[in-house]
Design a protein around this ligand. Structure first.
Ligand code: ATP
Ligand code: MG
Length: 260
């Protein structure tokens, strides 16, 4: 990769308030090409706002966001949306549309031919490991939660974006499904050379899936680093955050050893 190339996503001193609430407070953060960055932090710490600023679902008050060097305020909004796929929490599919129509919505808006869309839908269903013959005609209510999230991922990837933004995508799933989906997404991220931001409440999920983790607190970026780097942090909140997975791992190791 070109060492001088700009980061894929660059937040520079970004701020956003809603009335008296400062949701995002002077955040500077970059995500490299091909990187998977997890954002963790408590409820109301500004994670969703930060994510939505990147594709202009929310407009920023101050600072700038650049995608591969292009300022999003001067970029063509349609081109921007093409470059960025989004996956939000469960039930974000259109309920009255089939799986195929849900996945094909962006290509359709972009004017792809019916044949191209249909071929792409099959390709994407394969990619997220759902049998096209079985699933393309179903409606969201005819799917399990995990299957719905797989369709959500397929929809986000439909127009071949370079960037995927995910807001608690696996939050509502049972732990096994969640784990499988997380692993599958990580593999997809790698295989497709994506740049991904993943918001999660689950620090263990962040540690297992991400190259780098950003910790938000009260609108501020408290700390960022690799899983190993963060686990050595002396910042009290970060250190506390890292306690849970560590304790769980120790307890599990003790249990699975059968006390031997
Ligand atoms: N549209 C809005 N209008 C008013 N306040 C908002 C709006 N969106 C977010 N906020 C406020 O901004 C702050 C940050 O919210 P945000 O949704 O970014 O948090 P979050 O970290 O994603 O939380 P959660 O983990 O609960 O999803 C909160 O205090 C929230 O109430
Ligand atoms: Mg949120």
């Amino acid at each position: 990769m070109d060492r001088d190339a700009p980061p894929m996503i660059a937040y520079d001193r970004v701020a956003k308030s809603f009335g008296a609430t400062t949701a995002v407070d002077n955040v500077t953060l970059t995500v490299a090409h091909g990187e998977l960055l997890a954002i963790v932090g408590g409820s109301g710490s500004g994670k969703t706002t930060l994510l939505r600023l990147a594709n202009r679902l929310i407009e920023l008050d101050a600072g700038s966001v650049r995608i591969a060097g292009d300022d999003i305020r001067t970029a063509d909004p349609i081109a921007l949306r093409r470059r960025i796929g989004t996956v939000f929490q469960a039930a974000a599919l259109f309920p009255h549309m089939s799986v195929a129509a849900n996945i094909g919505i962006t290509p359709k808006l972009l004017g792809w031919s019916k044949a191209d869309i249909s071929a792409r839908v099959d390709e994407l269903l394969d990619l997220v490991r759902l049998d096209p013959a079985q699933h393309r005609r179903r409606f969201p209510h005819e799917l399990s939660g995990g299957q719905r999230q797989r369709v959500g991922v397929a929809r986000a990837l439909a127009a071949k974006p370079e960037i995927v933004l995910m807001d608690e995508p696996f939050g509502a799933l049972d732990p096994l499904t969640r784990d499988a989906l997380g692993e599958d997404f990580r593999a997809l991220h790698q295989r497709l050379g994506l740049t991904t931001i993943l918001i999660t409440h689950d620090i263990t999920e962040a540690l297992l899936l991400a190259d780098r983790i950003a910790v938000m607190r009260a609108g501020k970026l408290l700390e960022q680093g690799t899983p190993a780097g963060l686990s050595a942090s002396r910042e009290p909140y970060v250190a506390e955050l890292m306690q849970t997975p560590r304790r769980q791992a120790q307890r599990l190791a003790a249990l699975l050893d059968g006390g031997a």
